[in-house]
Design a protein around this ligand. Structure first.
Ligand SMILES: *[C@@H]1O[C@H](CO)[C@@H](O)[C@H](O)[C@H]1NC(C)=O
Ligand SMILES: *[C@@H]1O[C@H](CO)[C@@H](O)[C@H](O)[C@H]1NC(C)=O
Ligand SMILES: *[C@@H]1O[C@H](CO)[C@@H](O)[C@H](O)[C@H]1NC(C)=O
Ligand SMILES: *[C@@H]1O[C@H](CO)[C@@H](O)[C@H](O)[C@H]1NC(C)=O
Ligand SMILES: *[C@@H]1O[C@H](CO)[C@@H](O)[C@H](O)[C@H]1NC(C)=O
Ligand SMILES: *[C@@H]1O[C@H](CO)[C@@H](O)[C@H](O)[C@H]1NC(C)=O
Ligand SMILES: *[C@@H]1O[C@H](CO)[C@@H](O)[C@H](O)[C@H]1NC(C)=O
Length: 468
């Protein structure tokens, strides 16, 4: 079997499925099954479009699509691996850090905003949270990767995979020049009473969203949480396989956490509405429609984009760049590096102008999440096999961001940089790597882009929490 050829084939099939009806796709499915035998991970391809789960229904339907109705057995049994090094990493979560004891008799008792928390120090406005070091901390992680079934996609739950080293879960990010306010469910909800936090971006943004959902619930089942997706138009379109995002409201504090899938942050306009295979005008200087519609309802906004700015994804998504309402056919913007920079500038400036009208809004541009493929790229055998944390150092000493484009785009605006690039760069052992939910690790594509959860994105949320 020619795996490479089939891999490409699967890639194109998956790309072609966005927005397609199941019937139209079914004839392609048999070809895809052949490809599946070779390319077992395809997480990379997953990332291309949120609509591909038909090929992998069991993965996406557990938990995230049907929160509260998970049929999985209570987890944890298989996570304990005896490791001769005796590290605490070999066992599942020790305790959920810094959460007061919970009286489960009433759903809201665990969200009580105690007087004591009124004194919780808020983050230091001037602190550079991106400069500092990773330190071992037995109070990490914040939640169990096998228990947080309500919010965590199994495809990112490394505790459910063949992986046996979990050292990467046990570190905390410590800024050099200030204290990181301790994250707890209660401190988060205290800040977010009657408020809405929105993540808008690609699959890395979705990871941060799922991470936050697990952090604020401690990974426990939270049946009181309401699915309010329909309030934001986040419903499955006819024939679609999942909605474009999710929104959940914690009724005890009236806090909403939502995620909207937009891998470029640009408005996408079908060029021929009656053609199911239409190409899209990708308006580099116009924010995605969802943002224009709902931004006034947000109190905290976290944007990200970055890994979709390459020719493969443009082709696959049938995106055609537009600027000023006309197609980009020549000039600087033809180069995707410049196009991405132009988009970040445009969207940051638009959000900045919105903050004038909605001064309560705290908006962040999250910097690029680093990839760690070595000896090849994602589709040419690249891997990330290191399991020893911080083998390449534990400190970030530089003052500026490693993501120069995002840093420059936010300069002089009220949009803050959520700078996670350099600190995440030190954590090559925290990716999904070769592991899968199947019995055997993948022989095919490794995922050195997405992170295991719990894991590195939890620290992004701690840094975010410090600044809201
Ligand atoms: C634990 O592992 C065994 C053997 O691999 C398997 O049969 C069982 O289903 C697993 N249990 C859970 C909860 O994952
Ligand atoms: C324990 O961890 C060490 C260091 O990561 C690893 O080399 C070893 O294979 C592990 N042992 C088991 C039994 O998993
Ligand atoms: C919840 O918060 C929103 C503002 O985010 C507010 O408009 C609404 O009245 C609140 N609802 C309740 C029941 O407190
Ligand atoms: C939240 O909204 C409710 C209803 O509008 C109000 O009674 C309450 O004081 C608000 N709480 C905060 C912290 O704003
Ligand atoms: C739009 O798509 C439809 C259906 O594929 C096709 O019949 C029509 O000619 C297209 N219109 C234009 C202007 O290309
Ligand atoms: C990014 O775009 C801005 C605004 O268009 C421009 O001023 C800047 O020079 C660009 N930066 C790069 C590195 O191209
Ligand atoms: C380790 O650091 C060196 C020097 O900064 C860099 O060249 C190398 O790519 C890093 N390795 C990993 C795995 O990040």
């Amino acid at each position: 079997m020619n795996c490479n050829k089939n891999k490409n084939r699967l890639y194109h099939i998956l790309e072609g499925m966005k927005g397609a009806s199941l019937q139209r796709v079914s004839s392609k499915l048999s070809a895809a099954i052949v490809a599946l035998i070779c390319a077992t991970i395809v997480i990379w391809a997953w990332e291309k479009t949120p609509d591909m789960s038909s090929l992998f229904p069991p993965l996406e339907q557990i938990g995230i699509l049907y929160p509260g109705t998970s049929r999985l057995a209570p987890a944890g049994e298989n996570s304990s691996v005896v490791n001769s090094t005796g590290s605490s990493s070999s066992k599942e979560i020790k305790h959920v850090s810094s959460l007061p004891s919970i009286d489960s008799s009433t759903a809201c008792s665990k969200y009580v905003i105690s007087d004591e928390l009124k004194e919780t120090p808020f983050g230091d406005e001037d602190c550079n949270y991106a400069k500092g070091k990773w330190v071992a901390d037995t109070r990490r992680p914040f939640y169990s990767g096998s228990a947080c079934k309500q919010w965590l996609s199994p495809m990112w739950a490394c505790r459910l995979m063949q992986r046996t080293d979990f050292f990467y879960e046990d570190y905390r990010w410590q800024p050099q020049s200030c204290e990181m306010p301790e994250f707890s469910r209660n401190s988060f909800f205290k800040k977010m009473q009657n408020k809405t936090i929105a993540f808008v971006g690609d699959s890395l943004g979705r990871q941060q969203f799922q991470s936050l959902m697990c952090m604020v619930s401690g990974g426990e089942m939270s049946p009181e949480v309401e699915d309010v997706g329909k309030d934001y138009g986040l419903v499955k379109a006819p024939g679609a396989l999942r909605p474009d995002g999710w929104a959940y409201r914690f009724p005890c504090t009236n806090t909403t956490i939502l995620y909207y899938w937009s891998s470029s942050l640009c408005e996408l306009e079908p060029l021929n509405k009656s053609d199911p295979a239409t190409h899209y005008a990708m308006h580099l200087d116009r924010p995605v429609t969802f943002l224009k519609q709902h931004l006034p309802r947000f109190d905290v906004l976290v944007l990200n984009t970055g890994h979709h700015w390459n020719r493969d994804k443009f082709r696959g998504n049938r995106w055609e760049m537009y600027a000023g309402g006309v197609p980009v056919i020549d000039g600087k913007l033809v180069d995707l590096v410049n196009a991405k920079n132009f988009t970040l500038y445009s969207i940051v400036r638009w959000v900045d102008s919105q903050i004038m009208q909605h001064p309560k809004l705290k908006a962040f541009l999250r910097t690029m999440s680093p990839r760690h493929f070595v000896n090849g790229d994602w589709n040419t055998g690249g891997s990330c096999d290191n399991t020893v944390p911080l083998s390449n150092g534990s400190e970030v000493l530089q003052d500026g961001s490693s993501d120069h484009v995002a840093e420059a785009a936010t300069k002089g605006t009220r949009v803050k940089l959520l700078d996670i690039t350099a600190l995440s760069k030190l954590r090559d052992e925290g990716h999904i790597s070769k592991y899968t939910l199947r019995k055997k690790a993948s022989q095919g594509i490794h995922d050195c882009l997405h992170w295991c959860l719990p894991g590195i994105p939890d620290s992004w949320n701690e840094i975010l929490h410090a600044q809201i």
